[in-house]
Design a protein around this ligand. Structure first.
Ligand SMILES: *Cc1c(COP(=O)(O)O)cnc(C)c1O
Length: 320
């Protein structure tokens, strides 16, 4: 179980390690949505995503308990976050990535002094390898979302928001494995039970939606959503019950809606977010939940993109 006090402890641990990220606003976005939108800008977090919060909290605890090395199985934001915090704390990190990993992402891990190990093409191959490498080296395997210290670390986004945007009545949070939203729910529902929290998920990666509907963890087959931070196949054993207890709603958005939101954010607000963050904006603009005249805070969860891929993230031009 994770509680508000765990999130508050994480906030103390993370002081001086993470940025308190700014909350941005956009008159254009307000006009387009008919609401006041507050953008919690974790794309401006160190390493380019909120993942550093959970990873740092988990690695700080592991080092205190004697870990001499950390491992992770992720070529994405979690891998970068684990590599970064390990270097900051002066221990090595081994990051297990797929054989076909994006070279830009691998270069980012190496830039944070992470050691990269290639293994297979599926997480079912990578995770056991990362766990094994941790066991062999007196180390700690850092999971991406399903761990109390990860959930507590991610929840610090919620505590910051309560301070920065006290007038918010609704939060919209992208959901992958659910560490971010479970942490935020743990924090904000303990302080402000009536603050509405809505999850945003891609239609073609709707494992959390299906799980909530079925009242049990339900897996999906591999998905190719452009929101690559949300490609997890199922919610976590620890995160899912927190969503079941506290979540107020979940909105599914199409790939086209994600692309339109991405284009709007980059062109109009000048914020280089990644498609996973655009999912939250797409949910707000979709009109799929009742929202008129509200103060809505959206979590811009990350901003790591391979610039060569930008075109894939844009809507196709209408024929003239
Ligand atoms: C990991 C990630 C998410 C999803 O977070 P979960 O804790 O897995 O739900 C959303 N956006 C970005 C940018 C991410 O890296």
């Amino acid at each position: 179980m994770v509680s508000l006090s765990d999130v508050q402890k994480a906030q103390k641990e993370l002081k001086g390690i993470i940025h308190q990220t700014p909350v941005l606003t956009s008159a254009l976005l307000d006009a387009k949505s008919g609401n006041r939108i507050h953008l919690k800008s974790e794309h401006l977090q160190k390493t380019g995503s909120f993942k550093l919060r959970g990873a740092a909290n988990a690695v700080i605890h592991a080092v205190r308990e004697g870990a001499r090395l950390v491992t992770a199985a992720s070529s994405g934001n979690h891998g970068q976050a684990v590599a970064y915090i390990a270097a900051e704390l002066g221990i090595p990190a081994i990051i297990v990535v797929p054989e076909d990993a994006n070279r830009v992402k691998v270069a980012a891990i190496k830039a944070y002094n992470g050691e990269v190990v290639y293994c297979g093409t599926t997480s079912a191959e990578r995770i056991p390898r990362a766990i094994q490498l941790a066991e062999e080296n007196n180390g700690f395997y850092v999971p991406p979302y399903d761990h109390p210290h990860i959930i507590a670390g991610q929840g610090t986004v919620g505590l910051e928001l309560l301070d920065q945007v006290p007038e918010a009545d609704t939060l919209v949070v992208p959901v992958g494995g659910g560490g971010l939203i479970a942490g935020i729910l743990t924090a904000v529902k303990a302080v402000k039970p009536h603050l509405r929290v809505i999850a945003a998920e891609p239609e073609i990666a709707n494992d959390t939606y299906l799980s909530l509907a079925a009242n049990r963890i339900t897996a999906i087959q591999g998905t190719e959503t452009i929101a690559d931070g949300l490609r997890t196949s199922q919610p976590g054993d620890l995160t899912f019950p927190i969503l079941q207890e506290h979540l107020d709603g979940i909105v599914l958005v199409s790939e086209d809606e994600i692309k339109e939101a991405f284009q709007f954010m980059v062109e109009r607000t000048k914020q280089l977010i990644e498609p996973s963050s655009a999912v939250a904006i797409a949910a707000i603009l979709s009109g799929k939940f009742e929202a008129a005249g509200k103060n809505i805070a959206a979590i811009l969860s990350g901003g790591n993109v391979d610039l060569r891929q930008l075109e894939q993230f844009l809507p196709t031009l209408p024929e003239s």
